[in-house]
Design a protein around this ligand. Structure first.
Ligand SMILES: CC(=O)SCCNC(=O)CCNC(=O)[C@H](O)C(C)(C)COP(=O)(O)OP(=O)(O)OC[C@H]1O[C@@H](n2cnc3c(N)ncnc32)[C@H](O)[C@@H]1OP(=O)(O)O
Ligand SMILES: CC(C)C(=O)C(=O)O
Length: 515
């Protein structure tokens, strides 16, 4: 039987500390339900003494969210422990987590006290916490920079006072995996009552080692990892939950431990945290990044098409990602194009691969990713030329200020004839989109709108990326201009031109079938 490693999620406490805007009570409740679906063992959801709103959020989560033990953080201070104990009263399983710094640096400069004073405060705090619950965790803040002998003294006292979990955080992400493992071994071998407590680790990512350190600690005998979804947290963040959970799942053969995490819930949880916390996930982030299961180069795509595990160590579904992605770019080869066209219902006899591939590369070099509708258009038109586009922007005039409704007038040459319309909206971009809709007579649904600056400083260009839906299909338009309203309009007109091309393709397809 393999040992279990407890997963202690602190997204709503340490993760929340790093946000530009703290989470509302409702946000916290929603995320707490999501986190509990992951089947974490403990969920640290706030610092109740810190504000009335945080107290209420912890109190509501304690009452509403079932499953994991609900935990609150408290300094080794009487009022913090009372606030924590009171806030957690409604929880089926509650944990009070109290801490005090133990490194010489923190003791001397921050707390301005000796290790003995800190030990006495810890003992008092733990004893007080035990009046509220049997489940008390004690952390030696900045353990990573604390002499091992000092850690042994305070840890032994904390266990004697009633702590059942001992956490040794690398608060500033300073230590290396071998040093961290050595610290865990030292505590296990030199604290006489250590068998009465579970050893926990809490790693920060200042040197990018939070996950590696947590795994090294598990290999040295730690049995709880504190972590956050997407690795959010103070400064460079915390150890990322999805990464440690998947390391322990995928490498059980080597690590000989398991967790109870429901890995299929990971992707959903990650997206929700990113959205609600307004902290986008970097595309190349392990497990949950947009590219984590995307293959863009021809050799990889060919490999994955022949046997998925050539370039995928885990199936995307294992973490709740619906499927892998084969991006068609100028680094793609013929195999993936043929595969995609087969999926779209084409046979080899419908196209000449050599000339299609030539057009494909020209387009991919020009615009980056090539989409299904581009491929189909290439089959029917062989080449795609901008000058053949149905809608050509002639001008855009927009006005907005803080006191009145925004308005915009857009002029488009439609098959060579100028059409113009004016409209109002919540902002100039919306007004311009309504004007375009009136000109084209077609309403599209904007699924995503992203505005980015290309270049430096005030002279940078605005780049707008739009994903829009029409008739059940998605289209991607990009627009670049010094003026962000113009960039938005250009992106939207691109979308309309793609729809127009798709419609032409579809009627050509029908003609071909009929003929
Ligand atoms: C490593 C970590 O992530 S620890 C958690 C960090 N999270 C937070 O700080 C978020 C919540 N914090 C807060 O809301 C506030 O800081 C509070 C309510 C806790 C305290 O606010 P204030 O009383 O105004 O104090 P302030 O935050 O300015 O300073 C912290 C005080 O706590 C003391 N302190 C710090 N850690 C501890 C501890 N573990 N136990 C006892 N005292 C502590 C500091 O020495 C300082 O005391 P001083 O006022 O005597 O100098
Ligand atoms: C309170 C402790 C666990 C902490 O957040 C840290 O040391 O980073």
């Amino acid at each position: 039987m393999q040992d279990k490693v407890w997963i202690f999620d602190t997204t709503l406490r340490d993760g929340e500390q790093a946000l530009k805007a703290s989470l509302t009570e409702e946000d916290k409740i929603q995320l707490a339900h999501t986190i509990s679906r992951l089947n974490v063992d403990v969920m640290e959801v706030g610092f109740p003494v810190s504000s009335p709103a945080d107290f209420r959020a912890v109190q509501r989560i304690a009452a509403e969210v079932k499953g994991p033990a609900i935990c609150g953080l408290a300094r080794a201070v009487s009022k913090d422990i009372d606030a924590c104990g009171e806030a957690l009263k409604g929880a089926e399983q509650r944990r009070i987590h109290t801490f005090i710094a133990t490194s010489p640096l923190h003791l001397e400069h921050k707390l301005r006290m000796s290790l003995d004073d800190a030990t006495n405060m810890a003992i008092k705090a733990i004893s007080q916490a035990r009046k509220y619950t049997d489940d008390v965790e004690f952390s030696c803040e900045d353990a990573g920079r604390t002499p091992h002998a000092d850690l042994c003294r305070i840890v032994e006292a904390a266990i004697n006072a009633g702590a059942s979990t001992i956490n040794l955080p690398d608060t500033v992400g300073y230590v290396t995996p071998d040093e961290y493992a050595a610290m865990i071994y030292h505590i296990r071998n030199n604290v006489p009552n250590i068998d009465k407590a579970r050893l926990s680790v809490h790693c920060h990512n200042d040197l990018g080692l939070a996950v590696a350190n947590s795994i090294a600690a598990v290999q040295a005998g730690a049995r709880q990892i504190e972590c956050t979804i997407n690795g959010i947290g103070e400064r460079a963040g915390n150890c990322s939950l999805e990464e440690v959970a998947m390391i322990m799942k995928m490498r059980q053969d080597h690590l000989k431990v398991h967790t109870d995490i429901r890995s299929e819930e990971i992707y959903r949880a990650s997206r929700q945290v990113a959205k609600i916390c307004n902290m986008p996930v970097q595309p190349n982030k392990a497990i949950v990044g947009e590219n984590a299961f995307a293959h863009s180069s021809g050799i990889h795509q060919d490999g994955v098409l022949k046997a998925q595990n050539t370039y995928e160590i885990m199936a995307p579904e294992t973490v709740g990602v619906p499927s892998n992605q084969l991006n068609m770019t100028s680094r793609s080869g013929r195999h993936v194009i043929e595969h995609r066209l087969t999926e779209l219902g084409y046979q080899k006899s419908d196209y000449d691969m050599d000339s299609l591939y030539e057009s494909f590369l020209a387009l991919a070099d020009q615009k980056g990713t090539v989409y299904d509708y581009d491929l189909e258009a290439m089959i029917y038109f062989n080449q795609i030329k901008d000058k053949d586009e149905r809608y050509q922007l002639q001008f855009v005039n927009a006005s907005s200020n803080s006191q009145s409704i925004a308005s915009a007038t857009v002029g488009i040459a439609l098959n060579g004839e100028l059409k113009q319309e004016a409209a109002t909206g919540n902002g100039p971009v919306e007004a311009a989109f309504v004007a375009i809709e009136r000109i084209t007579g077609m309403a599209v649904e904007v699924v995503e709108y992203n505005l980015d600056a290309t270049g430096k400083g005030a002279s940078s260009l605005g780049q707008v990326d739009i994903i829009a839906k029409f008739d059940g299909k998605q289209y991607h338009g990009v627009g670049l201009a010094a003026d962000i309203v113009e960039a938005s309009v250009r992106a939207m007109i691109r979308v309309y031109n793609l729809i127009d091309r798709a419609q032409k393709v579809s009627s050509l397809k029908q003609q071909r079938k009929a003929g």
